[in-house]
Design a protein around this ligand. Structure first.
Ligand code: ADP
Ligand code: MN
Ligand code: MN
Ligand code: MN
Length: 366
């Protein structure tokens, strides 16, 4: 058995391809995906007797929550309820990826089901047609946990040539990035671009604009695809906000936001109103903007201070940036630069909508 640090790839692509081509006899594989008790992803495969036409055709399922930190051992069943479905770029054909919410046996959302509340907020404020575009930064690590392509036990040259770089020694592991971009497109995820980041082996892709809860669903499935694809290349994906201490950029989840009112003529008035509301609830936002974010938000490396809310036009050192083009046109969107790369997009987008439009009365479950 391979220990920590050794490669665990035992796959043989040629052999596997023979079997992947076998006829499924009309049946379909559904990969059920959910979020576990530590902000990670889990999945298991269900054989369906026919292809689902919509997410409503997919049955509820369950798993052992005591093995994922989501339930006690003596009452361990957690239910997974399908909420979104995508064509599967790994298995192809009619096979699907299924994003799920987690529910407890007593009919209440699991403690780690942050989607349910976010979806309620989106639904209640649907008339504002809130769009989100998230910039997901991440770092690729070799099996030993050191950034992919970095000298073993050492460091590459200082930052500068890597951001949006091209060429050997400037970019690391582009194969995974290309494969992931195409896989997201195949799945129907609204991936709007990718780029190499400031720290070598760090990358970014953007998902959006997507309206309401759709953003969280798509971003979580895109993260699952990234892990799944990197697994085939023997690399690990890290969403740590500050993977390497020192003079190396951290990783964020910049969150671009607009409402219908902000996108229309004179929208800047609504963006400025939003700034006042965001300022008042800075602390609440930071609480759900990712663990260890204080290691990243130092005020250096294109971040703001974690303690203070600031905003400005074209200012990459403020909490929120208004893009120059939006300021010029007097309408558009704003970029909340505070969320860390490991933040949960359901909580981030839910919190923003709550701050802009108010909280909801508590839900009653019977
Ligand atoms: P940056 O200049 O900060 O690197 P990117 O180009 O990486 O910006 O990402 C910008 C994101 O903003 C994209 O995901 C894009 O889809 C999203 N976006 C563009 N217009 C809007 C809008 N009106 N509302 C919300 N998101 C938007
Ligand atoms: Mn970007
Ligand atoms: Mn970036
Ligand atoms: Mn950005």
């Amino acid at each position: 058995m391979a220990g920590v640090g050794e490669s665990t790839i035992v796959s043989n692509a040629t052999n596997l391809a023979k079997f992947m081509k076998l006829d499924q006899k009309g049946k379909v594989l559904a990969e059920y995906i959910w979020i576990d008790g530590s902000n990670g992803l889990r999945n298991k495969t269900k054989t369906l007797s026919e292809a689902p036409k919509s997410v409503d055709d997919l049955p509820e399922w369950n798993f052992d929550g005591s093995s994922t930190g989501q339930a006690p051992g003596d009452n361990s069943d957690v239910y997974i309820r399908p909420v979104a479905m995508y064509p599967d770029p790994i298995r192809l054909g009619e096979n699907v990826l299924v994003m799920c919410e987690t529910w407890d046996p007593d009919g209440t959302p699991n403690k780690f089901n942050y989607r349910h509340e976010a979806a309620r907020l989106m639904e209640a404020n649907a008339k504002h047609k809130v769009w989100f575009g998230l910039e997901q930064e991440y770092t690729l690590l070799a099996a030993d946990g050191w950034p992919y392509g970095w000298p073993k036990g050492g460091f590459p040259g200082p930052q500068g040539p890597y951001y949006c770089g091209v060429g050997t020694g400037r970019v690391y592991c582009r194969d995974i990035v290309e494969a992931h971009h195409k896989a997201c497109m195949y799945a129907g995820i609204n991936i709007s671009g990718t780029n190499a980041e400031v720290m070598p082996a760090q990358w970014e892709y953007q998902v959006g604009p997507c309206e309401g809860i759709d953003l969280g669903d798509q971003l979580w499935v895109s993260r699952w695809l990234l892990h799944r694809i990197a697994e085939e290349f023997g690399a690990k994906v890290s969403f740590q906000p500050k993977p390497i201490p020192g003079d190396w950029n951290g990783a964020g989840l910049h969150t671009n936001v607009s409402s219908k009112e902000m996108r229309e003529e004179g929208g800047m008035k609504f963006i400025e109103e939003a700034m006042k509301k965001l300022e008042k609830r800075h602390v609440e936002h930071i609480k759900v903007y990712g663990e260890d974010n204080h290691l990243r938000m130092t005020g250096a490396h294109e971040t703001s201070s974690i303690d203070k809310f600031t905003w400005g036009v074209a200012d990459r050192g403020s909490s929120v940036r208004i893009p120059r083009a939006c300021a010029r046109e007097g309408k558009g969107y704003f970029e909340d630069r505070r969320p860390a790369s490991n933040a949960d997009p359901y909580q981030v987008t839910g919190m923003i909508v709550e701050t802009l439009y108010g909280s909801l009365p508590e839900e009653k479950f019977n």
